[in-house]
Ligand binder design. Structure first.
Ligand code: 5AD
Ligand code: SF4
Length: 441
C-alpha cells in the first residue's frame, strides 16, 4: 500500500513521523509524496493549541473532497488522537478510518490492515510507561541535522498543558542506545544532532543524567554540533550548564520557556519558579556561557491575567533580551488542570493585543541581537546549497541557531566555515566566507 503522511506541531512529532516511516517501511508500505496516489493518508497531529486542531478537521474534509469519491483510508495519529478519540469517531461528518496515539506506532501496520480488510475503525491509544522506540531506527530525510528523542512524555503537569495527557509519563532511553544511534547517524553523514525531550533536564537512565548524555554524544566522531530542546527552568542542573560552557561540540544555545513573568500567574500555571528565580537563572547562564543564545516561549492571556501582570512578562523580555521568543495566546485544552480550575476569561481581543505587543517588542530585541553579529566572524555550519530564487546562495547556521545566507555555491553541507557577518534582519544574517579564524562566540 502507498502511504502519504503529513506532520503538524513540534519537532517531537517530526521525529515520530520518521519512526512511523521506519515501522511501516519494514512491513512493505511505501511512502509517496503524491497525496492523491496514496491508499492511506495519515495526519500526525498536534493538540497543544486550538488552531492546530482546527487545521486537522479541515484537512480531513479536504482529503476526501480531492478524491472525488475514490476510496482512501484516513488515519489520525499523534496528540489529537489521544485527546479526541471519542469526538473524532462520534463526529459523523468526519470520515476517519483508524487512530493511533504516540505510543502505539508499532501497531500501525496492523491497524491499517484491519481498517483495509474489515472497514472497522480500529484504534490504539494505550499510553505506555516504557515505550521509547529505542529499537526503531527512524527513516530520516538526508540532511545535516538529525533529531533523536532521548525521552518521551512529561511528568510536570503545568496546568495549561495537554502534553502529559497526550504523551503520558516521562521515560528515558539509555545513554548507550542514544550514542549508538548518534554513531550510526555520523557514519551516514549527519553532522549535527538535536536531542529532544519534553523536559530534558529530568532525563535519567541507569544512574546517568542529561549532562552525562551530552558528554557521551559529544564523543561520537563525526558529530560536530549538538543541540537540545527543551529544558525546564526549575532545577536547572549546573552540570548541564558546565557542559554547554566547556564542551566545544555543544552549541551555546538554550531554549528556556518563561511562559509568564508574574508570580501569581506562574503559580496558577504550576511552573514552580518565580520571576526572580527565572531572572537569576538567566543571569547565571549568561555568566557561565559568554555569548549564549537564549530563546523562550511565552503565553499571553492565561486565565485571570491582568494588564499589570502581563506587563511583567514584557519586563522579563526587556531584562533578559532573549534572541527569540515564541508567543502564544492562551488556548484552553480539554482535560488540563487549568480547564477545570480556571475559566478561560481573558477576552480574545485582549489576548491578541498582548500577543501583538509581545511580538513587537521581541522583534525589536531580536533585530538588535542579530545586529550585534555584524562585523564579527562566526563559525557557520553549511546546510543547503543553491537556496534563493537565483540558486546562487548558500544557507548555514551559527552556533546560536541563526540562519546565515552566503553568496555562492562552492560549499559542502555539514562543513563548518568561518563567516564574517555583513548584515542582519530579524530573521537572517548575511555574511561572506572569511579567511581569518572564527571567534567561538
Ligand atoms: N495555550 C497556549 N500555549 C500553550 N503552550 C502549551 N500549552 C499551551 C496552551 N494551552 C505553549 C507553551 C509551550 C509551547 C510549546 O506551547 O508556551 O512552551
Ligand atoms: Fe507541558 Fe509543562 Fe511538560 Fe512542557 S514541561 S510539556 S509545558 S507540562
Amino acid at each position: 500500500m502507498n502511504v502519504f503522511v503529513e506532520t503538524y506541531g513540534c519537532q517531537m512529532n517530526e521525529y515520530d513521523t520518521e519512526l512511523i516511516r521506519a515501522i511501516l517501511g519494514k512491513e512493505g508500505f511505501a511512502f509517496i509524496k503524491d497525496e492523491l496516489a496514496a491508499d492511506v493518508v495519515m495526519l500526525n497531529t498536534c493538540a497543544i493549541r486550538e488552531n492546530a486542531h482546527r487545521k486537522v478537521y479541515g484537512r480531513v474534509h479536504e482529503i476526501h473532497h480531492a478524491r472525488e469519491g475514490k476510496p482512501v483510508l484516513v488515519g489520525i495519529l499523534g496528540c489529537m488522537a489521544t485527546n479526541l478519540r471519542k469526538e473524532l469517531f462520534e463526529n459523523r461528518g468526519l470520515k476517519i478510518d483508524f487512530i493511533a496515539g504516540p505510543d502505539s506506532y508499532k501497531h500501525l501496520p496492523d491497524l491499517i490492515r484491519t481498517a483495509a480488510a474489515t472497514g472497522e475503525k480500529p484504534f490504539d491509544l494505550t499510553l505506555s510507561e516504557f515505550e521509547t522506540y529505542s529499537d526503531v531506527y527512524p527513516a530520516r530525510e538526508k540532511g545535516v541535522n538529525a533529531w533523536i528523542a532521548v525521552m518521551r512524555g512529561c511528568n510536570n503537569f503545568c496546568t495549561f498543558c495537554v502534553v502529559p495527557y497526550t504523551r503520558g509519563r516521562e521515560r528515558s532511553r539509555t545513554v548507550e542506545n542514544v550514542v549508538g544511534e548518534a554513531a550510526r547517524l555520523a557514519a551516514e553523514g549527519f553532522r549535527q544532532i538535536t536531542l529532544l525531550g519534553q523536559n530534558v533536564n529530568s532525563y535519567h537512565s541507569e544512574g546517568k543524567d542529561f549532562a552525562d548524555l551530552l558528554e557521551a554524544v559529544s564523543r561520537v566522531k563525526g558529530i560536530e554540533r549538538i543541540r537540545f530542546t527543551s529544558p525546564h527552568p526549575k532545577d536547572f542542573p549546573d552540570r548541564v550548564l558546565d557542559v554547554v560552557a566547556n564542551n566545544p561540540k555543544v552549541c551555546k544555545q538554550i531554549h528556556l520557556p518563561l511562559q509568564a513573568g508574574n508570580n501569581r500567574v506562574l503559580g496558577l500555571m504550576d511552573r514552580t519558579y518565580t520571576k526572580e528565580e527565572f531572572l537569576e537563572l538567566a543571569a547565571k547562564i549568561k555568566a557561565k556561557i559568554p555569548g549564549v543564545t537564549l530563546s523562550t516561549d511565552v503565553i499571553a492571556g492565561f486565565p485571570t491575567e491582568t494588564d499589570a501582570e502581563f506587563e511583567e512578562t514584557l519586563d522579563v523580555l526587556e531584562q533578559i533580551r532573549f534572541h527569540s521568543a515564541f508567543t502564544f495566546k492562551y488556548s484552553e485544552r480539554k482535560g488540563t488542570i487549568a480547564s477545570r480550575q480556571h475559566p478561560d476569561d481573558v477576552p480574545e481581543a485582549i489576548k491578541t493585543e498582548r500577543a501583538v505587543r509581545l511580538t513587537d517588542i521581541q522583534r525589536r530585541i531580536t533585530l538588535e541581537r542579530n545586529k550585534e553579529h555584524v562585523g564579527r566572524t562566526q563559525p557557520v555550519m553549511i546546510e543547503a546549497i543553491g537556496t534563493a530564487k537565483s540558486g546562487e546562495e548558500t544557507q548555514g547556521r551559527t552556533d546560536g541557531n541563526t540562519i546565515v545566507i552566503l553568496p555562492g555555491t562552492g560549499y559542502t553541507p555539514g562543513e563548518i566555515i568561518p563567516v564574517r557577518i555583513t548584515a542582519a534582519t530579524v530573521s537572517v544574517l548575511k555574511g561572506e566566507a572569511a579567511t581569518e579564524a572564527a571567534c567561538p562566540a
